[in-house]
Design a protein around this ligand. Structure first.
Ligand SMILES: Cc1cc2nc3c(=O)[nH]c(=O)nc-3n(C[C@H](O)[C@H](O)[C@H](O)COP(=O)(O)O)c2cc1C
Length: 353
């Protein structure tokens, strides 16, 4: 695949980003994705929230919003894949153009606005998948025009929970008006309580998925800590830190830096890692954290793990480096863990926090 990507990558990057993305998904659906060499490493196996991961490197939400190719992405070597964000009803999202590459900054700005085909269509696809092929998380959000956020998350949860290995409650996308306000404790408590109840109501004997809460990197540390504390109190199983940022660091060089939306990739690394470190340190590792934001190498992934992440995810770096990146991060992590004298990556979690 890496060989093929060396030819196809520059062509894709010459196209409008959304067209390139749609073509990539289509190619993957047609089975053109290829397969990574063995990405299972003894030192990288770990168990988080009751799930066993072959390696801690996952695909972040947003790449496969409609659960079209989770199996194909697992074949590229990801230890787990998160699909979504999915909303109860299909919606088309914001007007195009709405994805921008910031090549000079190895970054992306998107203001997609939860474009997705809705939970029903995704549920049909997820029901058809072979669950023995790997772990797939489902990220849920609310429809733009919905007036009852709690009801939307409940609808999506009830539809998708039993088809998911884990569920992520996304209250941190900057592209749905008012969504991030749900991170405030007064709004978050009823939401998380209702999801906890919905999970308890799932049919007895079925495997009830762990629930993670995905936070924005722009939260003040105290607000992030309050949300994390509440998540634990409400019986949630983990956190995802972080979503994209509305910040525009002064160091950005690309002419696209003025576009509105969420910034991801390299310039998000420090900010998201720092928030993860603070939450891990203050909560004493009470809830496992999926660290995401700017991971583009094994070093980056390892830094997030040492800062407190049990698992990591990436998306933007895939746009610049292609699918060979997954195997190289897994390989590199295995070496970094051994270099530090650890038998297992779990020994490195949070040691720099
Ligand atoms: C084009 C694009 C679409 C995204 N869509 C979603 C989404 O639907 N739901 C979500 O929780 N995060 C979404 N994200 C955020 C990513 O999951 C991730 O949190 C963020 O991009 C930081 O990781 P990265 O720097 O490795 O890209 C999206 C990111 C990008 C670039």
């Amino acid at each position: 695949m890496s060989g093929l990507y060396r030819l196809v990558g520059p062509v894709l990057r010459g196209l409008n980003p959304e067209t390139a993305h749609n073509l990539t998904l289509r190619a993957l659906e047609l089975g053109l994705g290829g397969k990574a060499a063995n990405v299972s490493r003894e030192s990288l196996h770990l168990s988080v929230a009751g799930l066993t991961f072959p390696n801690p490197v996952g695909l972040a939400a947003g790449f496969d919003k409609d659960a079209r190719v989770p199996g194909r992405m697992l074949m590229l070597g990801f230890g787990f894949v998160e699909v979504g964000s999915l909303t109860p009803k299909p919606q088309s999202g914001n007007p195009k153009p709405r994805i921008f590459r910031l090549v000079e900054d190895q970054a992306v700005i998107n203001r997609l606005g939860f474009n997705n085909g809705g939970m029903d269509a995704a549920a049909t696809r997820l029901a058809d998948r072979d669950r023995s092929k790997g772990l797939v998380g489902v990220n849920i959000g609310k429809n733009k025009t919905s007036t009852d956020a709690v009801e939307d998350y409940q609808l999506a949860f009830n539809k998708l929970a039993l088809l998911a290995d884990y569920v992520v409650v996304n209250v941190s996308s900057p592209n749905t008006p008012g969504l991030r306000d749900l991170q405030a404790v007064e709004s978050l408590r009823p939401l998380l309580t209702s999801l906890f109840q919905s999970r308890a109501n799932l049919q007895e004997g079925t495997s009830r998925p762990p629930i993670f809460l995905k936070l924005a990197p722009d939260l003040a540390v105290d607000d992030a800590l309050a949300a994390a504390h509440l998540a634990a109190e409400c019986g949630m199983d983990g956190l995802v830190i972080s979503n994209t940022t509305i910040d525009r660091p002064v160091t950005l060089k690309s002419p696209n830096r003025q576009e509105s939306g969420g910034l991801s990739g390299r310039p998000l690394f420090d900010k998201s890692t720092e928030l993860l470190r603070r939450v891990y340190r203050t909560s004493g590792g009470q809830l496992p954290i999926i660290g995401v934001g700017g991971v583009a190498s094994a070093q980056d992934a390892y830094e997030k793990i040492r800062a407190g992440a049990s698992l990591v995810q990436l998306y933007s770096a895939l746009i610049y480096q292609g699918p060979g990146l997954v195997g190289s991060i897994v390989d590199g992590l295995d070496k970094l863990v051994a270099q530090d004298g650890f038998v297992s990556v779990t020994e490195a979690i949070g040691i720099d926090a």
